[in-house]
Design a protein around this ligand. Structure first.
Ligand SMILES: *Cc1c(COP(=O)(O)O)cnc(C)c1O
Length: 411
């Protein structure tokens, strides 16, 4: 591009590079693999719960980069940490110790029930690490058959071959068959089905405390308790995938705290780096020391830039009391939706903190998403009739009121 144009926001006086949206769309259309059906909006800037597109239009972002921008867009503390670290040391490889990674591990251990952390770059990689730990842990007493991993129907655990196998949804698996051996599936929240499949050959049970991509379905407490008991009985590891539910979204640091059921392994990604790619696999007990040098690794994992960003995210959540805010705003949101003039339009609202699923009576989710976008509200649709709302933890009552106003008009 030879253009060197800048735009100035008339309200804030902020200068930003001009974006040639048509050119960008053409480059995307002609050069990027079409794994996403893109919405007709090009986002250029974000601040808190708001984003702006290339035409200068403002949106309330109630998807937050799919639960990634937990502390909002461009949180000043996160921006500062990234800028400082980028000017100091971006990457070294894990052959060398860097202080930010060690500090982040200590912080995560101090605010959770886990003892050790393996860092990686994404959710799928965090689950891959969990699966590898479970497989190796299953072999520790010499068993050649203890490698079965039980997951739930409608789950989502990632897109790599092993994690797509853990993801019990045929649409994600079928094109890539044969998938990885050793996985079996049970209906979510079905205690009897779980009892029927977990046995001596099970090395792990892997569950989301609240199914996110599946449509916001919270686990029943008894189901998670049963999973814990069965894992203890058969020497299997209980893995909670908290990639979407963790880092404060539920109103507590980790969703498992709502249930009083502590897994052996918890996986994180999404909100952890505030947008900088980072994942983590946290473990306690034997699972924390199963991996030894040479077993597993990742070039970029936990590099100083990502670790500093994650530390800033965790500090912001603490200092700004965002756990309490997430919980309060989640409750307020559900309350407002219930009293909005939507009677007969909504079948069910499922929520834990700021994980909110609105199941519509009509198969209308796509239309609601598109029209909300036109009115300046970003949300997500799951299937034909579920709206998924994952706003940043920093939202205010005014933001919720505005979102409910738009949703009421559209639905
Ligand atoms: C997003 C997500 C993943 C996959 O994370 P990626 O970073 O996209 O690999 C896995 N599990 C859950 C519950 C998720 O929400």
């Amino acid at each position: 591009m030879t253009q060197a144009l800048y735009t100035m926001d008339s309200e804030t006086g902020r200068i930003a590079p001009a974006v040639d949206e048509e050119q960008a769309r053409a480059w995307d259309r002609d050069n990027v693999m079409t794994t996403y059906a893109r919405l007709p909006v090009t986002l250029v800037r974000g601040e808190g719960a708001k984003v702006w597109d290339a035409k200068g239009k403002e949106y309330l972002d109630f998807l937050a980069g799919i639960a990634v921008n937990g502390v909002g867009h461009c949180h000043p503390r996160v921006v500062r940490a990234i800028q400082e670290q980028a000017a100091t040391l971006i990457h070294t490889s894990n052959l060398y110790l860097t202080e930010p990674q060690a500090r982040l591990a200590a912080k995560l251990v101090s605010i959770s029930d886990f003892e050790r952390v393996f860092f990686c770059n994404s959710g799928a990689e965090a689950n891959e690490a969990a699966i590898k730990i479970a497989r190796k842990h299953g072999k520790k007493d010499g068993s050649a058959t203890k490698f079965q991993i039980v997951t739930a129907n409608r789950s989502f655990h990632g897109r790599t071959l092993a994690t797509v196998t853990a993801t019990a949804q045929p649409k994600y698996q079928t094109p890539f068959a044969p998938v990885v051996p050793g996985f079996s599936y049970v209906p979510f929240n079905d205690i009897e089905a779980l009892r029927a499949v977990v046995n001596e050959d099970t090395c792990a049970v892997m569950l989301e405390p609240v199914q996110g991509e599946g449509g916001i379905y919270p686990a029943h407490k008894e189901f998670l308790q049963e999973a814990r008991e069965l894992c203890d009985k058969f020497g299997a590891l209980l893995i909670f995938d908290e990639i979407q539910t963790g880092v404060g979204r539920s109103g507590k640091w980790w969703a498992y705290e709502h249930y009083g059921v502590t897994p052996d392994i918890m996986t994180l990604a999404k909100a952890l780096g505030g947008g900088v790619p980072i994942g983590a696999c946290l473990a306690r007990g034997a699972a924390a020391t199963t991996l030894v040098p040479g077993d597993h690794g990742s070039t970029f994992a936990g590099n100083p830039l990502a670790a500093r960003a994650a530390l800033a995210v965790l500090e912001a959540i603490e200092e700004e009391h965002l756990l309490a805010n997430a919980y309060a705003m989640g409750a307020y949101f559900v309350h407002r939706l219930n009293e909005a003039p939507l009677r007969g339009k909504i079948k069910e609202i499922r929520a834990l903190g700021l994980l909110i699923g609105v199941e519509l009576v009509q198969p209308d989710a796509r239309r609601v998403l598109t029209e909300s976008l036109e009115r300046g509200l970003i949300i997500n649709a799951v299937g034909d009739n579920i709206l998924r709302l994952l706003p940043p933890l920093v939202i205010t009552k005014e933001d919720v009121d505005r979102a409910v106003e738009i949703l009421s008009a559209v639905i």
